[in-house]
Design a protein around this ligand. Structure first.
Ligand SMILES: Cc1cc2nc3c(=O)[nH]c(=O)nc-3n(C[C@H](O)[C@H](O)[C@H](O)COP(=O)(O)O)c2cc1C
Length: 191
């Protein structure tokens, strides 16, 4: 299976980046192909611009968007790994979705309504939070709604795993490593 891991964190020593790198290595060891992209490292411009709209309306795709879309087309499964910031995903990651999951690529409008164009791909999310897991119920629901009903839903992708790990800044290094081992288990013998 081909997995595209998309993450967004400015601190390469962070839990989210460790999670992304360890899951990358785990999936490769399991015999999968993986591409890992940290949007901070690649310098992806997250601001959907007037010129993006004009270029896409004229039937073209801006080069930086096209490069990311090609990674998606290559993949069978997209795994988003990120810290929850103010109840949502980091702005750079949100901007990636705004620009890359464009009309005509991820979805299109038809007489019957919207049609997702990225089937039969799967989508997963791994979120790190500051608040305890047990207190995160509403935020977990909101995040699942954003991905399952909109980003994956509108694009025709099937939701796969949705994992949340709580109190990441305050738990011990051992607990953070247990979280990573738990995620690896979740992604073993996947599909
Ligand atoms: C700008 C910012 C906003 C944050 N907002 C939230 C939040 O809304 N809910 C929450 O549980 N944690 C919040 N946190 C805590 C982060 O989720 C936490 O630091 C992160 O999960 C730790 O993982 P990391 O090492 O990958 O950054 C926030 C942190 C920052 C820096």
């Amino acid at each position: 299976m081909r997995h595209l891991i998309v993450t967004a964190h400015p601190n390469y020593e962070s839990f989210s980046i460790s999670m992304a790198k360890e899951l990358n290595n785990h999936l490769i060891a399991e015999g999968h192909e993986v591409r890992l992209r940290n949007l901070y490292e690649t310098g992806f411009d997250p601001a959907l611009s007037a010129s993006d709209f004009q270029t896409i309306a004229s039937g073209q795709t801006p080069a930086d968007i096209k490069a990311e879309q090609e990674h998606i087309l290559w993949s069978d499964h997209i795994i988003f790994i990120f810290p929850v910031w103010w109840g949502g995903m980091p702005a750079v990651l949100k901007g990636y979705v705004d620009r890359v999951f464009a009309e005509g690529f991820a979805y299109r409008y038809t007489d019957m309504g919207g049609e997702g164009l990225l089937a039969p791909r799967y989508g997963s999310t791994i979120c790190a939070t500051g608040e305890p897991y047990e207190q995160g119920g509403k935020m977990h629901q909101a995040m699942n709604l954003i991905f399952e009903s909109t980003i994956f839903g509108y694009s025709g992708m099937k939701p796969c795993k949705r994992l949340f790990y709580g109190e990441v800044p305050t738990v011990s290094q051992e607990t953070r490593q247990l979280y990573i081992e738990n995620a690896k288990k979740e992604f073993t013998n996947l599909l």
